[in-house]
Design a protein around this ligand. Structure first.
Ligand SMILES: [Zn+2]
Length: 362
């Protein structure tokens, strides 16, 4: 009985609305939507922890999300604040702001920074946008950018200045170099971009990690390839996980959970079940019960994957220290005004580019 007063006192903060908890998620991001409850499916059958831990879906490592920088040429891009002291390193994550593309914006609005050669956009605008990004990050619009034709694989290629502008680019989802004077670029519009730098050997890498590439361990394999190619030691590596779709918005099917479970002992820790807020489903559950295929999720529940955490786990598995990994902490789907998002736009989206390179002469 002596515990009763204490429980009563703590009851209030424990039951504050979910919105209140998301207030520390950054100035723009609002990853937790009111009215949904969620639980980690890894906790099923175990005693449930405090409410706060369950909704804290974006790993927070004590670093605030960086604010977009405005370059003199109008390009808005995100640096990694902790990397600014690495004077030899070029790096950045683009946003959709700045640039000359007209394909994904309303008439009359300023042009945008689509960096992917998508069917909807003009190739001239995309090529010009790539020069603007190179100029924003390196100070020289002519800095070559080595890109890859991304195929959701675990293939990694080594790039150099000579091969940077090869057409068509090689099929891969990771690209690395120890040559100064070029940028490596991966394109995303919800998938997770990961940049890695070796502070000692001065080598860099960029990876594209959608769920299929993540299941195939693109980042873990990529760090292994850096060890092979450049003699990189994991303790010398730093990594940044760029803006991508976060767990708040990344609803996936049962086949994704099955694929992760087949590969990772920690798979269940990457997923949460979110109550489906669809009012029709809530009101007429029998309607959807009849349509449910055997073995699928219960009606009224959706699986959400934390792809950012999945890739952080791969960096840890590859030997990086937790403090060496910087998450951007931004959800592309929650901020469609700042980022291109495949999901938020219903598939009609441009592409952002994440770039990394070695500054010459340092
Ligand atoms: Zn979101």
């Amino acid at each position: 009985m002596q515990y009763a007063p204490r429980m009563n006192r703590s009851a209030k903060p424990e039951h504050k609305p979910l919105d209140g908890v998301s207030a520390n998620a950054g100035p723009i991001a609002s990853p937790v939507r009111a009215g949904r409850s969620r639980k980690s499916i890894g906790q099923a059958g175990r005693a449930r922890g405090p409410e706060r831990a369950e909704i804290d879906e974006i790993p927070r490592l004590g670093k605030p999300a960086p604010e977009p920088q405005l370059a003199a040429n109008g390009v808005r891009w995100l640096p990694v604040p902790a990397w600014n002291r690495l004077g030899w390193l070029w790096h950045g994550f683009s946003t959709r702001m700045g640039g000359l593309s007209r394909a994904y914006c309303a008439e009359g609005s300023p042009g945008e920074l689509n960096l992917g050669f998508t069917p909807a956009d003009s190739a001239e605008a995309v090529a010009a946008n790539r020069r603007l990004l190179a100029e924003a990050v390196t100070g020289d619009a002519a800095t070559p950018i080595a890109t890859i034709r991304q195929i959701h694989s675990n293939i990694v290629v080594v790039a150099g200045r000579e091969t940077a502008n090869r057409k068509p680019p090689p099929k891969a989802d990771g690209v690395m170099t120890d040559e100064p004077g070029l940028l490596l670029g991966v394109l995303t519009a919800d998938c997770i971009p990961v940049l890695v730098a070796d502070r000692k050997r001065r080598a860099v890498a960029a990876f594209h990690a959608g769920w299929r590439g993540t299941v195939q361990r693109i980042v873990e394999a990529g760090v292994g390839r850096m060890r092979l190619e450049f003699g990189s030691a994991p303790e010398d590596l730093v990594a940044a996980i760029g803006p991508g779709i976060s767990q708040c918005c990344y609803n996936v099917g049962d086949e994704v959970l099955a694929a992760f479970e087949s590969q990772f002992a920690y798979a269940r820790e990457l997923f949460v079940e979110v109550e489906d807020p669809d009012p029709v489903r809530v009101r007429y559950p029998m309607l959807f019960l009849n349509q449910r295929a055997p073995g699928h999720q219960p009606v009224g529940r959706k699986l959400h994957l934390n792809l950012i955490e999945a890739n952080r786990r791969q960096l840890l598995a590859a030997g990086l220290r937790p403090a060496a990994i910087q998450p951007a902490g931004r959800c592309t789907s929650c901020q469609p005004g700042l980022f291109f998002s495949h999901r938020a736009s219903g598939g009609h989206a441009g592409r952002m580019m994440s770039v990394i390179g070695i500054r010459p002469g340092r």
